[in-house]
Design a protein around this ligand. Structure first.
Ligand code: PEP
Length: 253
């Protein structure tokens, strides 16, 4: 049995550290008493210490939205994993906004997955196809390529320390979530591809999340799907009661 996993990707929100700290405190109050779900929030780098402080003593974990695979060097604007250890337990890797807006390649994302694991943190690997790729029947081929590239550096024994989020690009931030059937089919596909890389026993330990316009109104039908172990949530994670409602939906699955 996999523990349900819900992560909030705050992206470049809220606009100040003080507001990030206030959001974290509001979440502590909202999520108090919801059991059986691993719950993580991923604020911008500079807000990590304040958010981690506000979450101290709560059951909510902290993640970063990115990290550089090198330990140090001339990489202006980047953040090394050594500055994240002790501050957070998770790192989002390969989000579609990083792939599309910042040109991150499969090879770079694979290097990040390896570096995150080597640092003792858990990568939340994002995969998913664009609308054009779905419309031209390439969704599975794209996701297969992304999963197999990233898992090439993962040993079967590390499977319990990897989370994969299937996030169709056309559903992110659009208000148009994948149907429960599509989300289920693709999350099951992600697990079968993980099994091809890691073996089926190891792949069974990997939480596979759905992400893309999850909200309190659509989460129940997504959470009811057998191969959806949780959610990666963008916009709705910025509203404490909405995020709590999403976490609650997975606590009863
Ligand atoms: C995301 O950015 O990972 C995401 C799923 O965003 P949203 O929930 O806003 O679609």
């Amino acid at each position: 049995m996999r523990t349900p996993f819900v992560a909030g990707n705050w992206k470049m929100n809220p606009p100040s550290v003080a507001e990030a700290e206030a959001l974290a405190s509001a979440l502590v109050a909202e999520i108090d008493g919801i059991d059986g779900v691993t719950c993580v929030v991923c604020p911008p780098f500079v807000a990590l210490p304040a958010v981690a402080g506000a979450l101290t003593g709560s059951a909510i974990g902290v993640g970063a939205q990115n990290a550089h695979p090198e330990t140090k060097g001339a990489f202006t604007g980047e953040v090394p994993l050594g500055m994240l250890t002790g501050l957070c337990g998770y790192v989002i890797v390969g989000h579609s906004e990083r792939r599309q807006l910042f040109g991150e390649t499969d090879a770079f994302i694979t290097a990040k997955v390896g570096a995150v694991l080597a640092t003792g943190l858990t990568p939340i690997l994002c995969v998913g196809e664009t609308l054009d790729e779905r419309d031209s029947h390439r969704a599975e081929a794209v996701v297969r390529r992304q999963v197999s590239a990233a898992l090439a550096v993962v040993d079967a024994g590390q499977a319990g320390s990897v989370v994969i989020a299937y996030e169709p690009v056309w559903a992110i931030g659009t208000g148009r979530a994948a149907t429960p059937d599509i989300a289920q089919e693709m999350c099951a596909f992600v697990r079968s591809e993980a099994a091809a890389s890691l073996g089926s026993n190891a792949a069974d330990a990997v939480p596979v999340l759905y992400g893309g316009s999850v909200n309190p109104g659509n989460v129940d039908s997504l959470a009811a799907q057998p191969d959806i172990d949780g959610a990666l949530v963008g916009g709705a994670s910025l509203v404490a009661p909405d995020f709590a409602a999403i976490v609650r939906a997975f606590s009863s699955t």
